[in-house]
Design a protein around this ligand. Structure first.
Ligand code: SAM
Ligand code: DTB
Ligand code: SF4
Length: 331
């Protein structure tokens, strides 16, 4: 039987995570095909609307003011610039547009009002709009929802034990609090993590268990492979192996059968074969465009070639996942 999202225990998640890889991939592929069209992929585009100078000290991030990463800072973009970028992303085949700001938290005032206007205008283009602006109050989450925001991205990154070694300027509890505000405002929750921070297998299992125990399960789960940024404490980390990425994606697919599982940062370093394995393991969403927030990424043209090779079709915005709710075991 397929399990309800919040009935997984920690030992069950651990057992799932440690399933022999091919068996895990088969189970994930089954869950994937049961709830989604395996030939469909969601194409999202990211835009950094405010870059660098962030007061947080996230050990992986190019945008933290605590480290010398050589990144050029950029104040909040003008609404027209953002809407232009969204229009171009739409023309290139993207259906979801995510705006990221290097803020510890969104602050009420002119800049927040400007972001609300961006949300209004981008959503009127018919794109799914997502924001990632740091911590949010309940009130701010509601105002974003009113403006037409569809989803909010706020990652837990890793397990609660390891988190404090990666970030010291906020707590895991702070992250959970914002996620609660997001869910209570009726926004779709986008929440995942990063592999390759030096975390253990236990930390990855803790992350998965925390995600599956959230009162509102994430509708989208980004799985990022660390892009090591010189100048940050994690700048010398080795790249995570594709097998670890595939294992995490497969486990996420089984735990969140209806969610979009997004193969996010790190795709620039993956071969077509490695990406195909990730899709077989249940990833059904990517970021496209030649830049993520601040790091290089495969462009639209390269992804179009990959889609043609694998027979993948971009998914329409707001499309419902398969209504079939019987468990794979019942069929
Ligand atoms: N400032 C906001 C926040 O931290 O919530 C939003 C932007 S932040 C860059 C969004 C997410 O990108 C982070 O939570 C982290 O999971 C991911 N990320 C940041 N830098 C990364 C890197 N170098 N490699 C992989 N993922 C990264
Ligand atoms: C997510 O999980 N990954 C995206 C998005 N959410 C905001 C960000 C990845 C950032 C990678 C490093 C960079 O380009 O700065
Ligand atoms: Fe700031 Fe977000 Fe980067 Fe952390 S991950 S330093 S909060 S931009």
């Amino acid at each position: 039987m397929e399990m309800e999202h919040n009935s997984w225990t920690r030992p069950q998640v651990a057992q799932l995570y440690r399933t022999p890889l091919l068996e895990l991939m088969h189970r994930a592929a089954q869950a994937h095909c049961h709830h989604h069209d395996p030939c469909q992929i969601q194409v999202c585009t990211l835009l950094s609307i405010k870059t660098g100078g962030c007061p947080e000290d996230c050990g992986y991030c190019s945008q933290s003011a605590h480290y010398q990463t050589g990144l050029q800072r950029q104040p909040l973009l003008e609404v027209e610039e953002v809407v232009g970028a969204a229009q171009r992303a739409k023309e290139a085949g993207s259906t979801r547009f995510c705006m990221g700001a290097a803020w510890r938290q969104a602050r009420e005032g002119e800049e927040f009002d400007q972001v609300l206007e961006m949300v209004r205008q981008v959503s009127s283009l018919g794109l799914e709009v997502c924001c990632t602006l740091g911590m949010l109050s309940q009130e701010q989450a509601l105002r974003l929802k009113e403006a037409g925001l569809y989803a909010y991205n706020h990652n837990l990154d890793t397990g609660p034990q390891y988190y404090r070694q990666v970030v010291s300027t906020r707590t895991y509890q702070d992250r959970l609090q914002t996620l609660a505000h997001v869910a209570q405002a009726g926004l779709s929750v986008c929440c995942g993590g990063i592999l390759g921070l030096g975390e253990s297998e236990e930390d990855r299992i803790d992350l998965l268990h925390t995600l599956v125990s959230l009162p509102t399960p994430p509708e989208s789960v980004p799985v990022n492979a660390l892009v090591p940024i010189p100048g940050t404490p994690l700048g010398q980390q080795p790249r995570v192996s594709v097998w670890e990425l595939v294992r995490m994606i497969a486990a996420a697919r089984i735990l969140f059968p209806r969610a979009m599982v997004r193969l996010s940062a790190g795709r620039d370093q993956l071969s077509d074969e490695a990406q195909a394995l990730c899709f077989l393991a249940g990833a059904n969403s990517i970021f496209s465009g030649d830049k993520l927030l601040t790091t290089p990424h495969p462009g639209f043209a390269k992804d179009a070639e990959l889609f043609a090779l694998l027979g993948l079709q971009p998914r329409a915005p707001y499309e419902e996942t398969s209504a079939d709710t019987t468990s794979p075991m019942q069929r």
